[in-house]
Ligand binder design. Structure first.
Ligand code: GLN
Length: 189
């Protein structure tokens, strides 16, 4: 669990409730102990800065390129994107996901909202999704599988091989199916 900034405690609680041995990762040497990583929601520009200051950015970027399973929610999804639109000056990401995301895509009129999503890979019931200053996936490469869209077609959940990303926050609503889905990727990696 990347624990530099954001709602990593909520993710750790969900992962542990599913029986996973979830530990916080703050330093480069802690990265070698994990078989997968979740990057929380929070503020992507801050996670970016802290990851560079801590020396985590470089080894983590290499680990993702090498196939480490990673699940990013909201800011975490932004950190996985190869391209970020509306980033702050100098903002970098770990990359790996062949997607373009737009930060704060819903603007100030619709800062935060909740909706129910039909996500076929998770089955019934619908996923209750909480969006908080959320990004939207605006473009996806050929290797990317779209898992969920809003009613207007905008993309809010994606996967690409060992990478999983959601614009919203399953860890805030008692929704465990995304974490279970991710843990299956970790086990089969
Ligand atoms: N807007 C934030 C960012 O750009 C993401 C918000 C969130 O993670 N809930 O990083």
């Amino acid at each position: 669990m990347l624990a530099l900034q954001g709602d990593f405690r909520e993710h750790i609680a969900v992962l542990r409730s599913l029986g996973a041995d979830a530990v916080p990762v703050k330093r480069p040497e802690e990265l070698s102990n994990v078989a997968g990583l979740v990057i929380p929601g929070g503020e992507s520009s801050v996670i970016d800065k802290l990851s560079r200051i801590s020396g985590l950015a470089e080894p983590l970027t290499a680990a993702i390129a090498g196939g480490l399973p990673v699940y990013g929610t909201c800011a975490g999804l932004i950190m996985l994107a190869d391209t970020v639109l509306d980033s702050i000056v100098g903002q970098q990401t770990f990359g790996g996901f062949d997607i373009a995301v737009r930060r704060n895509a819903f603007g100030s009129q619709l800062d935060s909202f909740e909706t129910d999503l039909d996500i076929p890979v998770l089955g019934d019931p619908l996923v209750h999704a909480v969006f908080i200053r959320a990004p939207i996936v605006e473009a996806v490469g050929a290797a990317v599988n779209v898992l969920a869209t809003l009613e207007d077609g905008r993309i809010v959940a994606v996967e690409q091989s060992n990478l999983l990303g959601t614009s919203f926050h399953p860890e805030m609503t008692g929704e465990t199916r995304f974490h279970e889905y991710f843990l299956r990727k970790v086990r089969s990696a």
